[in-house]
Design a protein around this ligand. Structure first.
Ligand code: SF4
Length: 350
């Protein structure tokens, strides 16, 4: 399916999403935040639509951004209808939050008329057991979303993306694994209410990353209590770690150090990292503490150092080229990086 200019599912690359944290009625601030996210690689952006006034701002926001715009709707079908009329590319609703079946059907028909996709998003917090207290929450989520899909399909609507987010990783993973077996709609992955960056990145890397590694998922958002740019960086990091995106910038590989390390590896890594030129198409650089794993890792990277007793062996594209004293490691490595970067990217690395 397509959301604006972005293909979701059907073998398309997994797309990165985020959500603005501004008040949508503050059009200027919302557009500024979206542009910042676009520059970082955000491919689909969602904005909250808590009032009809905020829905009325969507057309203006859409005009000024490059990526597809998604309206996040809860409770009121009126706001969904307004958002569709404003020209959004997708709406996100939880049909269970709309009291009247007729209201849901009105929204689905409007979306169908305008070619607007709908994400059906079920969160664990919105599920009520109602006599099914013994059924695992993941199954309740899947059962609910399958009922919504059937309802939408009965109206001839299949332009659907699904999400089943829980704040705990095992529940989310169980729900997504089951829905992936039950239907072939594209899946939007996420762990909801995952907390600040420190806990969200951990939960999302395991939950979203684990599902992607099993071939489940078509688009993702990492939810972080913090600036949305952190969500894009974290999402991109997950895709890069799984080999689903080319690594942007430099990939720095360094060991954790241990009692065998005879150089101040932590300082060397920090200094090199701080001075790396801002490349778009980066190289792999290994900085390793000793001869145990050092030469192997260094040989596999574009550039690498394997530490010894106050010195390091420098490797270039698999070949050991010379021995460098510890005091010169940072400067010599940066010089080599600059030269290799200039040759690889066709210009000076600085
Ligand atoms: S490479 Fe050497 S120093 Fe680094 S963690 Fe491994 S054994 Fe320790």
């Amino acid at each position: 399916m397509r959301v604006g200019g972005v293909q979701i599912g059907g073998g398309a690359p997994v797309s990165l999403q985020s959500m603005t944290k501004t008040h949508t009625t503050d059009v200027k601030a919302t557009i500024a935040q979206i542009k910042e996210l676009e520059d970082l690689g955000c491919e689909i952006i969602r904005v909250a639509v808590p009032t009809r006034e905020s829905a009325s701002c969507l057309g203006e926001i859409k005009k000024q951004i490059r990526i597809p715009l998604v309206a996040d709707i809860h409770f009121s079908h009126r706001m969904a209808l307004d958002s569709i009329a404003q020209g959004v590319d997708k709406i996100r609703i939880n049909p269970g939050n709309m009291k009247d079946k007729d209201d849901v059907e009105e929204v689905v028909r409007a979306a169908k008329d305008k070619g607007v996709a709908i994400r059906i998003g079920v969160n664990s917090g919105s599920i009520r057991a109602r006599g099914e207290e013994d059924v695992p929450i993941a199954d309740l989520m899947v059962n609910a979303i399958l009922r919504y899909c059937e309802h939408f399909e009965s109206l001839g609507f299949r332009d659907i993306v699904l999400s089943l987010k829980a704040s705990d990783v095992p529940t989310s993973m169980a729900a997504y694994r089951r829905i992936a077996k039950e239907c072939d709609y594209p899946l939007h992955l996420g762990i909801t209410a995952a907390g600040p960056a420190s806990s969200s990145i951990m939960k999302s890397a395991i939950g979203i990353g684990g599902l992607l590694s099993e071939g489940i998922g078509d688009t993702l958002r990492v939810s972080i209590t913090g600036h949305p740019t952190e969500e894009i960086k974290a999402g991109r990091g997950i895709l890069e770690a799984l080999g689903l995106r080319e690594v942007e910038g430099w990939e720095l590989i360094s060991c954790p150090t241990c009692g065998r390390c005879e150089i101040d590896l932590e300082t060397i890594v920090e200094e090199v990292k701080a001075k790396l030129p801002p490349e778009k198409q980066g190289l792999q650089i290994a900085i390793m503490g000793c001869a145990v794993n050092g030469p192997g890792e260094a040989q596999e990277c574009d550039l690498g150092i394997a530490g010894g007793h106050g010195f390091g062996l420098l490797f270039k594209r698999g070949e050991m080229v010379r021995k460098i004293p510890e005091s010169e490691m940072v400067t010599q490595l940066l010089k080599e990086i600059d030269e290799m970067s200039a040759a690889t990217n066709g210009g000076s690395g600085q």
